[in-house]
Design a protein. Structure first.
Length: 131
């Protein structure tokens, strides 16, 4: 047992220098399926859909989706309306990560989002889409 704390200091230094903790990615709870949908997205407090950003989904899961978009998105929460399913209430989502246009040649630009408080109808729609 090291009484001077050198062991903890060494471990802390090792982690800081060798592990990029700022850019860690979380593990998804559900598999994402390649489902492409037309969507409209607004800041969570904006109710005027005529001002909504137009985008598409790259993939979808029971937990969230990836929105392909070149638009900068500063919001932490938003509303996502599925254009082809107007009878379904817009989904409230939380932004988990973004990839700006021009930053990657291997991935589409856009935003990874997680669903917040799904309604029964939203869950039923997701179940049907993810069969």
């Amino acid at each position: 047992k090291n009484q001077s704390g050198e062991g903890l200091a060494f471990l802390s230094l090792l982690l800081q220098n060798n592990c990029n903790l700022e850019n860690t990615r979380f593990l998804r709870s559900y598999h994402r399926y390649p489902i492409n949908l037309n969507i409209l997205m607004n800041e969570a407090s904006e109710l005027n859909w005529s001002k909504a950003l137009k985008a598409n989904t790259l993939n979808l899961s029971y937990d969230g989706l990836f929105i392909v978009s070149v638009d900068e998105w500063q919001w932490q929460q938003a509303m996502v309306k599925l254009y082809d399913y107007p009878e379904i209430e817009p989904f409230r989502v939380s932004k988990k990560w973004s990839l700006p246009w021009g930053k990657s040649q291997n991935h589409f630009p856009g935003h990874g989002v997680q669903f917040i408080d799904l309604t029964i109808k939203q869950r039923e729609l997701l179940s049907g889409l993810l069969k």
